[in-house]
Design a protein around this ligand. Sequence first.
Ligand code: SF4
Length: 253
Amino acid sequence: MKKIQKIAVSEYFYSLQGEGKTMGIPAIFLRLTGCNLMCGGQGVEKDGKMRAGATWICDTIEVWMKGKTLDFETLLQQLNDEIDFVNRLKNGVHLVITGGEPLLQQDRIIALLEYLEAVYQLRPIIEVETNATFLPKEALDKRVHYWNTSPKLSNSGMAEAQRIQPQILHWFNQNPNTMFKFVLASVADFEEIQQDFLNTLLIDKSKIVLMPAADSIEQLLERNKLVADICIEHQIRMCTRMHVEIWNKLTGV
Ligand code: SF4
């Protein structure tokens, strides 16, 4: 079999992890091209209009729909020149592999991580952000320290069969490195989480974190309280959105 030596990348930048269990940690984000879902409803990418009951739109569509397939040598040269990639990772900065849906390219991710090990003797602390609709391979799982999963609700405008894969959710739920992040805009969203994920025993309550749906500081302040009340009542971990607090609507930071 031909050795994989390339990967499709949409953007990369050095910042702080803005969400979840590792919020606040310095991190390099590597955003891979493509996604199997289209949150906002199929067609939203063409005219920006929400469909199929969606109440929010993926805020990275424009980025992950574009990208370049780069060979590893070229990619590493760019990453090192522009964001001092290898040195930062050797110093403990996390590598957050995100998308789109990065597991669409999981064989390429495995090959890239093997390349980093072989060429740079580098085994970084890795976080993968995924919508939890693809089963990770063992060669990837053994290198990942944090699985930051974000199963989607009906408010994404995606059909249940597209966004909920019970066996895959079960795999993630058994994995000690998994956190499930749910984004809430209303009490009804939480009721749906209870009905579809908690009551069905697909996901343990202790593994979830609730975060307000917000793409502006005004919306965040309004919804923080809603999510805090739910988390207190149901004994669930809450996380706010550090990036919106600091940079408001700016992306790629
Ligand atoms: S799964 Fe994530 S990246 Fe894909 S469309 Fe939905 S929010 Fe965007």
